[in-house]
Every structure is written in C-alpha cells, then in structure tokens.
Design a protein around this ligand. Structure first.
Ligand code: RIB
Ligand code: CA
Length: 326
C-alpha cells in the first residue's frame, strides 16, 4: 500500500473540516468544542449516522449542538440509518433513549439540510481541491464507507481522517475486544481502512480512557457562567457516573472530544504509525481492531495510533474553547 501523503501536525494547523457523528453525549461536547474554534476548524457540515441512538435522534442532537454553539448556519446532513451488513446496535443505555443525557432535548429551529449525507460527501469531496478536506469521524464509519463504494475517486479530496475508534491495550467497551464505533459497523471500518488510501489517525480507548473527568474539571466548566459551559457540565454530570461505574474508573471519558483536541493541539497526544486490521468475522473478535503495536506482522503501517494524551492539557483546551461560546 503506497504511503499516504504527510499531513501538517503543527499546533497551528487549520482544517477544512467535516465531522461525521452519532450524537451522543461525548459527540455533542466534541461538536461544541470544534464550533468554538472557527479560525482553526473551518467546519463545512456535519453528517450524521445511526449509532448511539437511531438516526432521527442523532440528527436532531447534531442540530441542537449547532444551535447551542450559535452556529445554526452549519448544515447537518442525515446519513445511514443502519450499518452496512450487521444488525444495528445502539448505546441508549449509556447515552439515554434520546441520545443525550443531563439536558432537555427539543426540536431545533434549523431544519436538516436537504439530501443524504453520503451524496453530500461525494459532491463535496469531488468539488474540493486535492487533499484539502479533513474528515473527523465520531461514530460508526458507515457514511464514508458508502461514499467510497459509490465514488472511490473522492479519496483525492481528503487530506486525512481522524477517527475516534478502536481499542488495543485498553480492551473493548462493548465486548472484551471491540470498541463501540467499530463494533457497530466493522465492515465499514474495514472498508475505510482498506479503501480510503489517505492518512488515518485513530484515537482509541487506549487514550480516551486516560483522559477522564473529575468533579473539579466539571466544576470549572460550569463556572464559566455561559450556557455552553452549563450544558457541557450537565451532560458530563449525567454521562460520566455510569461510565465510571461500568469501567471502575475515577472519572468519565469524553471519547469524541479527544478528536477535536487532536485537531487543535496534536502535541497533547502521543502515538505511532502501526499496522491495524479490523476483524469483521462473526465470533468473539467481531469488531476488534487488531493493532500491531510491536510490528510483529512486519506489515506496512496504515494508522497513526494514539496511545497516550495529556489529560489536564485536554481539559484546559476544552474549557478555554467552551468559554468562547454563548
Ligand atoms: O466507544 C466510544 C464511542 O462510541 C464514542 O464515539 C461514543 O459516542 C460512541 O459512539
Ligand atoms: Ca460518537
């Protein structure tokens, strides 16, 4: 496999950005975080996918995030209703039946954008300058897999993919071996890994389970005194305890927001390029990201696998950005 083009990983890089997402408590925080940095993250659109909850709810929650960030101008395109092949699974036990815990949800003022998210991705990436668009993916990777299947040429418009996905040293969170986003559509994850041909950075549970909330960190967000700070604090107060109990951790992970932090300040994170494959066979390993951290397979590296991050630096960056919102 040809080595992908190098990407700018300076802490000052700007991105022409699309975020594919299944909001989701941590997704909403990642979205608010991203929308607070318009000078660095030129957010073109959100594309939604079924994942944490059904598509209608993830799409509504994405529109709510835009409303809460004061960015109703950002188009939200609804995408895949279900995974490529497997039976759909959801995570309402973690994110609540509405896909968002701790806050009241309602129908946002701005409507969904016209058209399917996959058609938007194809249209937008075909029109984009070569290697110009960063696609951040915070849920099952169904939309991009479908777009690549429909129009393989769109890869030329992609600069890089930054995914919250996978687990290796940490072990899984939906099965002993699999992380939810990959487990919810392993065939899509496999297709993206094999077909995109662009630089991929993965932020797996190996790093997200090291960047945890604390009472002080949530209180600091609430003390901002703005609506966004209260929303983020209320979401985390409701979402974190069940993750803490389930995984016996001192705090809750804010998985998807680590993707936003990586885009803004990659120096907060540590990892290396390794060979990764997806197990899409039925069985105990279904949805596992097989991460060859020690290079034992001697196969070409295809993923920049992030294994560590600066937790305090993350919360400093998140808080400073949430402070900018209404
Ligand atoms: O495993 C964590 C991931 O699954 C996060 O993206 C969370 O939002 C869920 O989609
Ligand atoms: Ca998500």
């Amino acid at each position: 496999m040809p080595q992908p083009h190098p990407v700018d990983t300076a802490d000052t890089a700007t991105h022409t950005l699309v975020i594919d997402t299944d909001p989701g408590a941590d997704d909403v925080i990642a979205l608010l975080f991203a929308m607070a940095a318009p000078e660095r993250l030129k957010l073109q659109a959100l594309t939604t996918v079924a994942g944490n909850v059904q598509l209608a709810k993830t799409s509504r929650n994405a529109r709510l995030a835009c409303e809460w960030a004061g960015r109703p101008d950002i188009p939200v395109y609804a995408g895949a209703l279900r995974p490529l092949k497997r039976t759909p699974i959801y995570a309402a036990n973690i994110h609540g039946k509405e896909g968002l815990t701790g806050v009241d949800v309602y129908e946002p003022a701005a409507p969904l954008a016209e058209g399917h998210a996959v058609d938007y991705l194809v249209r937008m990436l075909r029109a984009a300058p070569e290697k110009s668009v960063t696609l951040a993916m915070l849920g099952p990777q169904t939309n991009l897999a479908l777009a690549l299947e429909q129009a393989p040429d769109i890869a030329r418009g992609l600069r890089e993919l930054v995914l919250m996905a996978g687990a290796h040293f940490n072990g899984g969170n939906i099965t002993p071996t699999a992380e939810f986003n990959v487990f919810a559509d392993p065939h899509a994850a496999e297709a993206v890994l094999l077909r995109s041909g662009v630089p991929i950075t993965m932020l797996p549970l190996d790093v997200t389970h090291k960047i945890l909330t604390s009472e002080a960190r949530i209180a600091r967000l609430r003390a901002l005194g703005n609506r966004a700070g209260a929303i983020v604090a209320d979401i985390l107060d409701a979402y974190a305890p069940q993750e803490m109990k389930h995984y016996d951790m001192p705090g809750g992970p804010v998985h998807d927001a680590t993707v936003t932090a990586y885009l803004l300040q990659p120096s907060l994170f540590k990892g290396k390029r390794i060979h990764v494959e997806i197990d899409s066979r039925e069985g105990m390993g279904f949805g596992q990201t097989v991460a060859d951290w020690y290079g034992s397979l001697r196969r070409p590296a295809n993923v920049n696998w992030i294994a560590d991050g600066d937790a305090q630096g993350f919360f400093d960056l998140l808080t400073a950005h949430i402070a900018r919102l209404p």
